[in-house]
Design a protein around this ligand. Structure first.
Ligand code: FES
Length: 437
């Protein structure tokens, strides 16, 4: 079930930590966010070390559909309603800047970067599309209303953002990673009051960035209430009609489309990790209905951290944890969000003012309907008496038959059939080694 982007074996091997280490900045987590931040700190001559428990970019970065866009479904009407015009503008500008930065960087390297128009469509909610159009108008975004698109079904309407982009994320990373100071196969086990403890030695740092997809430290920041995770699925199809752009349904359980070379990447089947959902089964039905002559080239799944209000958490980990920073909750928009995060964190580390810091502040208000959902889900799964239990905070795990994995509905940790950890925030394997049949 590997994605089409290749795997970490295509990337350079990095050293493993041997003994204690002192560094100005420690970056925990070697996904694209950590790598971009390391790249920037290196350019500015800041001393840093990036540590990764496994191989770099072996998680979500390898499984994204790699759309680089400031069009994040219907986010602008949501932000406008919740936080007002200025914040909506800031969100747009920060993501446009991220898109442009990718454009400039990708121009110099071979990473299959292609400019594409991006579309958010609705099958039946003209009201939602209209609301987003009004919001985009107010913030001064560049957009176009479209009545029909090159998808194999009828839509109620769509919004187009011109000149967005797509690329191969692993090819991109392989071009910027070689000279970075990275330690692989070095797992952070905790903080002992002075240093971060790994399985290979202690790391003393002045500033630390937690870029582990879902933050792994529970003591501060309430991330176990502020985030949940979603799984979604992709089929790469050959001999399917080209769609000529990047598409997403405004309905969170709808479909997404983009092409890569001669393949169509059909995405969807989303569900909260640990809950029932459409998975590949639903995508196969769509393939049979609309692309009956196509051939499946690959299938894979990915996992996204969902914030309470649709905006990522980037900045200080918690008000009571000085000099520790975080980047998480990218929802389904990891590429531009990772670039935004690397810029913002780089400024925070270097003490430079950044106009986006308040928008992405992790300690902003948490009273949103999704908080209530998360509390209910956490409580229900904590009191469910079944085994196995999640080593993160003890919730009852659920079996995902499509992926043959144990999944936690509380915060989305995952384990394979043998109990080996697949996805955090858990940092340990399951105690049992085999699934109870
Ligand atoms: Fe938190 Fe399972 S991921 S309890």
């Amino acid at each position: 079930m590997n994605s089409i982007w290749g795997n970490s074996e295509d990337l350079k091997n990095f050293k493993t930590l041997k003994g204690d280490l002192r560094t100005d900045v420690l970056i925990i987590g070697g996904g694209i966010t950590g790598v971009l931040l390391a790249h920037k700190l290196q350019e500015f001559g800041v001393q840093y070390a990036l540590v990764e428990a496994d191989r770099v970019c072996n998680g979500v970065t390898r499984n994204t559909t790699a759309k680089i866009t400031s069009q994040h479904s219907l986010i602008y009407s949501k932000i406008l309603k919740e936080y007002g015009l200025e914040k909506a503008k800031l969100y747009y500008n920060s993501n446009q800047e991220a898109l442009n930065e990718f454009r400039v960087k990708c121009n110099e390297i071979d990473c299959d970067f292609v400019e594409q128009d991006s579309f958010v469509y609705s099958l039946n909610r003209t009201d939602k599309i209209n609301e987003e159009l009004e919001a985009l108008d107010k913030i001064g975004a560049e957009f176009e209303y479209i009545k029909s698109v090159s998808l194999p079904f009828t839509i109620a309407g769509a919004i187009k953002f011109k000149k967005q982009a797509q690329f191969n994320p692993l090819k991109f990373v392989s071009n910027i990673i070689n000279n970075l100071n990275i330690y692989e196969n070095t797992k952070i086990l905790g903080f002992d009051g002075e240093a971060f403890v790994t399985d290979k030695g202690r790391i003393f740092s002045n500033k630390t960035v937690v870029a582990t997809h879902f933050p792994i430290f529970n003591k501060f920041g309430l991330y176990f209430l502020k985030l949940y995770q979603e799984r979604s699925y992709v089929l790469a199809l050959k001999e399917a009609k080209t769609v000529g752009g990047m598409y997403i349904d405004e309905n969170p359980t709808g479909l997404s489309f983009r092409n890569y070379k001669d393949m169509l990447l059909l995405g969807g089947g989303s569900h909260r990790t640990g809950k029932e959902g459409g998975n590949w089964h639903e995508l196969t039905k769509i393939k049979n209905q609309f692309y009956p002559l196509s051939k499946e080239e690959a299938r894979w799944a990915t996992q996204d951290c969902m914030s309470l209000d649709g905006i990522p958490y980037i900045g200080e980990y918690s008000k009571v944890a000085p000099n520790i920073y975080v980047a998480t909750g990218f929802n389904k928009w990891g590429m531009t969000s990772s670039m935004v995060a690397s810029n913002l964190l780089c400024d925070l580390i270097m003490g430079v003012a950044n106009e986006y810091s308040e928008l992405y502040l992790p300690s902003r208000k948490i009273l949103h309907p999704q908080l209530f959902n998360n509390i209910v889900e956490n409580t229900l799964n904590l009191i469910t008496p079944t085994t196995p239990r999640c080593p993160h905070l003890g919730c009852a795990l659920k079996w995902n038959n499509a992926e043959k994995s144990w999944e936690c509905p509380c915060h989305g940790s995952r384990f394979n059939e043998d109990g080996n950890l697949l996805d955090n925030p858990a940092t340990a394997d399951l105690k049992i080694k085999h699934r109870n049949q």
